[in-house]
Ligand binder design. Sequence first.
Ligand code: S3P
Length: 172
Amino acid sequence: MKPVQRILLCGFMGCGKTSVGQALAFRLKWDFLDTDAMIEKREGIPIPQIFQTKGEEYFRQAETAAAAAVARRKNVVVSTGGGFVMRDENLSALLAYHPDATGIVYLDCDFDTCYQRICTSSRPLVVSNTKEQLREIFQSRADRYRSVSTIQVHNDSLVSDAVEEIIRQLPI
Ligand code: S3P
C-alpha cells in the first residue's frame, strides 16, 4: 500500500471517532475535520434540529456535500458520522482525488460500550429508536464498516492505544 496521506474514521455512534480522530491528528500534526461539525457549521444549527426541520434525507445529502468538500485535502484526519460510509456516493465523492493515499479505519467497539456512551445523547437515531432497535442498526452496519475499511482497530480502552494501533497498522 502507498503511504497514507489522509485518514478517514468510520464506525457506529459512540465508537470514539471524534476523540480518536482529534488525538490522531494531533499526534501526526495533521488537520482534523469532523463531517458532522462541518454540516452543523454550514447549516448554522445542530444535527438534531437539521433532522427535525429538514429531515434525514436532507442531512444525508449534506454528508455528501461534506465529502466533496474534503476530497482534495491531504494531511487530514476526517471523522465521519455513523451513517456516512453507508452511502456509496459519499465514499466516491471523498475518494475522487486521492483514493490510494486514503486509509479508512473502522473503529470497532462492542454495542454495549457504544450504547453506554450515546444513550443519554440527543442524537436523532438515539432518541427515535429503542436500545434493541439501535442494536439491530449496529449489527446491520457492521459488515459495511468492515468491507469499506483498510484496517480495523478496537477502541474499547484508551484513546491513545487506538491512536498508536492505527499508526502501527497504516503505512504513514
Ligand atoms: C448518525 C450518526 C451521528 C450523526 C447523525 C447520524 C448515524 O454521528 O451523523 O446523528 O446515522 O449513525 P456520530 O456517529 O458521530 O454520532
